[in-house]
Write a protein that binds this ligand. Structure first.
Ligand SMILES: *[C@@H]1O[C@H](CO)[C@@H](O)[C@H](O)[C@H]1NC(C)=O
Ligand SMILES: *[C@@H]1O[C@H](CO)[C@@H](O)[C@H](O)[C@H]1NC(C)=O
Ligand SMILES: *[C@@H]1O[C@H](CO)[C@@H](O)[C@H](O)[C@H]1NC(C)=O
Ligand SMILES: *[C@@H]1O[C@H](CO)[C@@H](O)[C@H](O)[C@H]1NC(C)=O
Ligand SMILES: *[C@@H]1O[C@H](CO)[C@@H](O)[C@H](O)[C@H]1NC(C)=O
Ligand SMILES: *[C@@H]1O[C@H](CO)[C@@H](O)[C@H](O)[C@H]1NC(C)=O
Ligand SMILES: *[C@@H]1O[C@H](CO)[C@@H](O)[C@H](O)[C@H]1NC(C)=O
Ligand SMILES: *[C@@H]1O[C@H](CO)[C@@H](O)[C@H](O)[C@H]1NC(C)=O
Ligand SMILES: *[C@@H]1O[C@H](CO)[C@@H](O)[C@H](O)[C@H]1NC(C)=O
Ligand SMILES: *[C@@H]1O[C@H](CO)[C@@H](O)[C@H](O)[C@H]1NC(C)=O
Length: 261
């Protein structure tokens, strides 16, 4: 009984803990926003505000000031002076030409007797992803009359993944086609779609791809192999023929020599 109750109490605490944690995380992180490097970002206040005489609203990035609005004026921090605009009349601000270094948590705080957050964004500025190469791993193609299997490597500048396919006719099964994460929030993924293998390199603002046509992979390696099998057969046959002919000639010669003795 005692043990059971302790367990129950602990269970409740764990659940409570989880709830508090997830909630805290949600609050602290803010709405996720992904921006392509070089683009502008309009940071909206999410609540209509009317400023009283002594109130002000300050926009901050990671707790350092960007701009401060009072009921009849605004002051911009020196390092944002050149790249901030006010296209709307509701305390929203536009940041121009974002760089990766501008990533961070942006908050708008309404400062009055009881301060209040009126916006919170978790901004990540990302560059375009680099191109990818999807290639068949050397000597990985194996084929028989009913199936063809091969391994591909998809590589980008900073990471790679391998994936093995086994195909009958047009349908392929894939093993090991995992999503690999290089730089955070960047993904490399191999999948198949209507007769092709596709590698997709993506982040939240861009993607690049490379494709291989399954038929090409399976046939390309079929032909040389077929050819070499044919060559081997021809060689064996020729060598056999030569040996037989020489044997016949030798026997013939021997007979002749023996007769001559
Ligand atoms: C702010 O609002 C504008 C227009 O409604 C929208 O295009 C923009 O994405 C919003 N910004 C954020 C950070 O959600
Ligand atoms: C402020 O204006 C922007 C752009 O029109 C809009 O997206 C945003 O929702 C507005 N905010 C409020 C609190 O009205
Ligand atoms: C804000 O903080 C984050 C995480 O600590 C950091 O990566 C980012 O560069 C900071 N942003 C700015 C503009 O200082
Ligand atoms: C794969 O084969 C090609 C051509 O046969 C060769 O150029 C390349 O270096 C090989 N790659 C590896 C990793 O062995
Ligand atoms: C062909 O190879 C696959 C695996 O590579 C195997 O499962 C299958 O039984 C083979 N079929 C024949 C006809 O040899
Ligand atoms: C391949 O497809 C053809 C028709 O498209 C079908 O007749 C044949 O049975 C299939 N072979 C295998 C191994 O699934
Ligand atoms: C892709 O391959 C080409 C030529 O094989 C090479 O020039 C290029 O650098 C490769 N790109 C990547 C991202 O590996
Ligand atoms: C992918 O395959 C290549 C060539 O076979 C190998 O060098 C590499 O270690 C493999 N990578 C992974 C992540 O399995
Ligand atoms: C690549 O991934 C991105 C993001 O998940 C998606 O929007 C895009 O359609 C994908 N492209 C291909 C060719 O699968
Ligand atoms: C891959 O990207 C190119 C442009 O980079 C595009 O033309 C092509 O359609 C894409 N492939 C797929 C399967 O979406």
């Amino acid at each position: 009984m005692q043990g059971n109750r302790t367990e129950t109490v602990m269970f409740i605490f764990v659940i409570l803990g989880l709830l508090v944690c997830t909630e805290a995380q949600g609050i602290s992180a803010g709405t996720p926003v992904f921006v392509l490097k070089g683009e502008d970002l309009l940071l909206n206040v999410t609540k209509a505000v009317v400023l009283e005489d002594l109130d002000f609203i300050s926009w901050k990035c990671n707790n350092s000031n960007i701009v401060r609005f009072t009921s009849n004026d605004k002051g911009v921090s020196a390092n944002y002076d050149e790249r901030i605009e006010f296209p709307v009349n509701n305390y929203s601000v536009k940041l121009k030409n974002l760089e990766e270094a501008d990533s961070g948590v942006y908050t708008a705080v309404l400062e009055r007797v009881k301060p209040e957050n009126v916006a919170k964004y978790n901004v990540k500025v990302q560059d375009r992803v680099s191109p990818v190469n999807l290639t068949v791993v050397n000597n990985s193609v194996s084929r028989n009359s009913s199936s063809c299997s091969f391994t591909v490597t998809c590589s980008s500048q900073d990471s790679h993944i391998n994936s093995t396919f086994t195909c009958d006719n047009q349908t392929c099964s894939q093993e090991g086609g995992e999503r690999s994460e290089g730089i955070p929030d960047t993904f490399l993924q191999v999948h198949q779609l209507s007769g092709s293998i596709i590698c997709n390199h993506s982040n939240h603002v861009s993607w690049t791809n490379d494709t291989l046509i399954i038929k090409d992979v399976c046939h390309q390696h079929d032909d040389p192999e077929g050819l070499s099998v044919c060559l081997v057969k021809m060689c064996v046959f020729s060598v056999g023929l030569i040996i037989m002919v020489s044997a016949v000639i030798t026997v013939h010669l021997m007979e002749k020599l023996n007769k001559n003795k």
